[in-house]
Ligand binder design. Structure first.
Ligand code: AMP
Length: 277
C-alpha cells in the first residue's frame, strides 16, 4: 500500500494510471477509519480500478474550531487498518498542501440547502464541496463512494457532480450500524463510558419509535422522540424530521422517506437517518 502525501506525487500516479487505462475509485474520508469507511472500500472492490482512500481532516468544513481540534486523529492506526483491508493507495495530504493560501471555501451548490445540517452548521457544506471538488480535480476518479449516513452530503455531492458535468459515478453506500442500531461515526470514538451509556439510551428511544413511525407517520411520534430524548438528558436537538430521499422535502408519506435526526450528546454531534419503508 502506498501512502502519498504530496500533490505532485498523486498527480503522477493518477496520470500513470490513466495512461495504463486504469480506472480510479475514490473513497474520501476524514480518517479514524471504522467499519462504515471499510464498507465503502469493500463496495469499491466490486468494481474495476485502483482504490484510493483519501484521509484529510478538512478544516474548511468545521464551523467550530473546538470541533476541529477535538476531531479524532488516528493516522497510524488508520494506515494499519487500511493495509489489512488491502487498500492500494492512501492519499493523506497536509492542510498546507491542499490550501496553500488558507482554507477558504465558496458556496457553489445551492440545492438541498437551508435545511437539516445546513441550518445549524453554517458553511459546513461549502467546505465539503470545496474539498471534494479539489479531490475530484486531483484524482480524476471514475467512481466515488459516499455513505448514506451523511445523506444530505450525498445529495449535495450528487448535485456538485451534475453542476460540473463530471463523468464520475457516485456510488451510494448504506449505513453500517453498531449493535445499538446507530450508524458508526468517528466522532463517537471519543465518548466517555457515561456518554456511551447515554448514547445507547438515545438509540433505544429512536429504535422503539421507528416501528410506529413505519406504520403510521405522524407528528406526534416525532414529537415523542424529541420529548423522550430531552427527558434522557439531551438538551440540544438540531432536528427530528421525516423527509423525502429524492428531494429532501418534508414528507407526509413513508414511501421513499427517512427519519433524519441530529442532536448533541454533550459536545459531540450525533447525526443519523433511518429508512421508513
Ligand atoms: P467521514 O470520515 O466521517 O467524513 O466519512 C467518510 C465517508 O464515510 C462518508 O462518505 C460517510 O458518509 C461514510 N460513512 C461514515 N460513517 C459511515 C457508516 N456508519 N456507514 C456507511 N458509511 C459511512
Amino acid at each position: 500500500m502506498k501512502i502519498i502525501k504530496n500533490i505532485s506525487e498523486i498527480t503522477q500516479i493518477v496520470s500513470d494510471l490513466h495512461k495504463n487505462k486504469k480506472q480510479i475509485n475514490l473513497i474520501p474520508t476524514m480518517g479514524n477509519i471504522h467499519a462504515g469507511h471499510l464498507s465503502l472500500l469493500t463496495e469499491a472492490k466490486k468494481f474495476d480500478g485502483t482504490n484510493i482512500v483519501s484521509i484529510f481532516i478538512n478544516p474548511a468544513q468545521f464551523n467550530e474550531e473546538n470541533d476541529f481540534t477535538n476531531y479524532p486523529k488516528t493516522f497510524d492506526i488508520d494506515v494499519d487498518i487500511l493495509a489489512k483491508a488491502n487498500c492500494e493507495i492512501i492519499f493523506a495530504p497536509s492542510i498546507k498542501e491542499i490550501y496553500p493560501r488558507g482554507a477558504n471555501s465558496k458556496k457553489t451548490v445551492f440545492k438541498y440547502r437551508d435545511i437539516l445540517c445546513d441550518i445549524s452548521r453554517s458553511g459546513h457544506f461549502d467546505g465539503v464541496t470545496t474539498i471534494v471538488k479539489i479531490l475530484f480535480d486531483l484524482i480524476k476518479p471514475s467512481r466515488v463512494f459516499f455513505g448514506e449516513k451523511d445523506f444530505q452530503q450525498l445529495k449535495i455531492i450528487e448535485q456538485l457532480i451534475i453542476q460540473n458535468n463530471l463523468k464520475i459515478n457516485l456510488i451510494k453506500c448504506p449505513s453500517i450500524r453498531d449493535l445499538n442500531g446507530m450508524s458508526y461515526s468517528s466522532r463517537y470514538s471519543t465518548f466517555s463510558q457515561n456518554q456511551r451509556l447515554q448514547f445507547d439510551e438515545c438509540a433505544k428511544i429512536i429504535n422503539s419509535k421507528l416501528i410506529n413511525l413505519k406504520k403510521n407517520l405522524n407528528r406526534e411520534i416525532l414529537q415523542s422522540i424529541e420529548d423522550e430524548l430531552k427527558s434522557s438528558g439531551i438538551s440540544n436537538i438540531d432536528y427530528c424530521e421525516v423527509r423525502s430521499e429524492e428531494n429532501l422535502k418534508i414528507s407526509k408519506l413513508n414511501e421513499k422517506s427517512r427519519l433524519f435526526i441530529a442532536f448533541y450528546l454533550s459536545k459531540i454531534r450525533v447525526i443519523d437517518n433511518f429508512i421508513l419503508y
